[in-house]
Design a protein around this ligand. Structure first.
Ligand code: NIG
Ligand code: FE
Length: 403
């Protein structure tokens, strides 16, 4: 049976493509889960006979937002550590004393798969409610083969529970687990040679990530992991230059990483290398804010190098306890100096590239997924302006109105 043709008309459309094209009044034609046509209403294909027509009353429409960096599957919180940080203890000190990521690890290991799912679901619901239709979810709080698999399976089940596309990233290289204390090289060898191939063969891994940092792993260790990923054809990503500069981003660029994330301490030369490799710079302003960081990412250098800049929540219990991409976009404008338009492109087109999904998502164009958002806003710049208010009116996922 032919799929139903829907016309969504009388909209102000922000395609979020490279030209940031706008159509007003604009229209979209969707057939099943795909966009068939998008443009100005007066250019609608002659003789088009939609099965259903929806008048959007002049509302703004953008692609479904994409949160390309989250750790949203976790158990418990680290509110106690936050209180300590407010009193002056640093994130690194807490990590070195066995708290931080390892404290979330203990909570995740102790949680059943069902508990982990139940605790994580509201965070994904919160993203969906504000127009996020694609989310990347990392593992990295299990740190055993069994517990990393558990986290990744929960990420997959969340995608079945809600109308959100989920991509999974193996971040076993997040911290050295107690079983390997003092033996980080042995741990990376195990992850690279055993865990990654095993979890990949189970269909649980869409990409691999590593926390390259003075409290994380070295560039050399990242190289080992990336070599194993390359053998399996798994794309790579990296947490780099967040708290110090280790030069991980240059390795990420050499390996053609999908994205390099954080980058507060990145240099202009590194921005250039990322641009040359087509690696997206993912900025995470909520982590910057919650860690009270002062060293800003090199936005001017990223811009002049032409590096794609994406914005994500980094939703995690330690450095970014929150689940609002709209807030992250607003923080990216105020804290990092992005324009509202750059923040919107960062949560759509560039975020899609950071996940290797630029062919299917991130812009409104014929052939792409019919994921789009109808907003209750007067000006497009309100996306990037509201700081703790959700103007999402409806979500269309794969051609279906889901909220
Ligand atoms: O992106 N930097 C490493 N990962 C997270 C923090 C994780 C945590 O503290 O639990 C981040 O900031
Ligand atoms: Fe992160």
């Amino acid at each position: 049976m032919a799929e139903t043709l829907h016309l969504w008309r009388n909209a102000r459309i922000a395609a979020c493509d490279a030209a940031m094209a706008r159509f007003a009044p604009g229209a979209l034609l969707t057939r099943g889960p795909r966009i068939e046509w998008v443009g100005a209403e007066r250019d609608l294909p002659a003789g088009c006979r939609p099965d259903e027509s929806h008048d959007l009353g002049g509302a703004w429409v953008t692609p479904g937002l994409i949160d390309c960096h989250t750790h949203l599957v976790f158990a418990g919180t680290r509110a106690g550590e936050y209180a300590e940080r407010l009193l002056g203890r640093s994130y690194q000190e807490i990590a070195r004393a066995g708290g931080g990521i390892l404290s979330s690890m203990r909570a995740v290991r102790a949680a059943s798969e069902q508990q982990l799912f139940d605790e994580s679901l509201p965070r994904l619901e919160s993203l969906l409610a504000e127009g996020v239709t694609t989310v990347e979810i990392k593992s990295g709080y299990g740190l055993t083969l069994k517990d990393e698999a558990k986290m990744l399976r929960v990420a997959r089940s969340l995608a079945r529970a809600l109308p959100v596309t989920v991509t999974t990233t193996l971040l076993a290289a997040h911290a050295v687990p107690p079983e390997y204390a003092g033996r980080p090289d042995a741990y990376i060898d195990e992850v690279a040679a055993e865990w990654l191939p095993t979890l990949h063969s189970e269909g649980l891994v869409d990409a691999v990530d590593i926390f390259c940092e003075n409290v994380g792993f070295s560039v050399k260790q990242a190289e080992k992991l990336f070599a194993s990923a390359a053998r399996l054809g798994v794309p790579v990503k990296m947490h780099a230059e967040q708290l110090s500069n280790l030069g991980g981003s240059l390795l990420a660029a050499r390996h053609g990483a999908l994205s390099c994330d954080h980058l507060e301490y990145a240099t202009a030369a590194e921005a250039q290398a990322l641009a040359g490799a087509g690696t997206v710079a993912v900025l995470l302003p909520v982590a910057f804010f919650c860690l009270a960081q002062e060293h800003e990412p090199p936005v001017a250098a990223l811009r002049s190098a032409g590096t794609g800049i994406a914005i994500a929540t980094d939703c995690n219990p330690g450095s970014a306890p929150g689940s609002s991409l709209l807030l992250a976009m607003s923080m990216a404008t105020r804290l990092f100096g992005l324009t509202c338009e750059e923040a919107l492109a960062g949560a759509t087109r560039h975020a899609a590239r950071a996940l290797g999904m630029q062919e299917e998502r991130g812009t409104l164009a014929a052939g792409k997924a019919a994921d789009f958002i109808v907003w209750r806003i007067g000006e497009l710049e309100e996306l990037g302006y509201w700081s703790g208010f959700n103007p999402c009116r409806s979500v269309v996922k794969a051609g279906r109105l889901v909220s």
